[in-house]
Write a protein that binds this ligand. Structure first.
Ligand SMILES: [Zn+2]
Length: 132
């Protein structure tokens, strides 16, 4: 079974081929679709036509299916979704909502088991991944 990415709220799949598809809103309130690469640590993202995000801008992410806000409850600079790996194990993926900030964390229960990106030291507060 291939890795699946799910909305943490409605638990529907968000990935299409090699993209995780999210609804987004930029600083000026414009809405668009953002495609994040399913390979964590690959920060090549794509946007729907007319949607722009500039470096340093904080993007709001939503589930395209249930419209839930994907912001992390403990740190509003971070967003998250669920990952189910090929062995059916469940993880939470946390990533920065600031465009250009490269930091992604894979969390199993309350432990960071993997991280990607070169700006991981921005979020060192241990509270940010304790979501409940
Ligand atoms: Zn959803």
């Amino acid at each position: 079974m291939k890795t699946k990415y799910l909305c943490p709220h409605c638990e529907e799949a968000l990935n299409v081929d090699n993209d995780i598809v999210l609804k987004a809103k930029n600083n000026s309130g414009r809405k668009g679709i953002v495609f994040l690469h399913t390979l964590l640590g690959n920060y090549n993202s794509r946007f729907s036509a007319e949607f722009t995000i500039t470096e340093g801008e904080k993007v709001k992410f939503y589930c395209p299916l249930c419209n839930s806000n994907l912001t992390n409850l403990k740190n509003e600079r971070l967003a998250y979704f669920t990952m189910i790996d090929g062995d059916d194990k469940k993880f939470t993926v946390v990533f920065s909502k600031i465009y250009g900030e490269k930091c992604t964390y894979v969390i199993q229960e309350t432990e960071v088991i993997k991280s990607y990106g070169d700006q991981l030291n921005i979020y060192t507060n241990p509270d940010w991944f304790l979501m409940k």
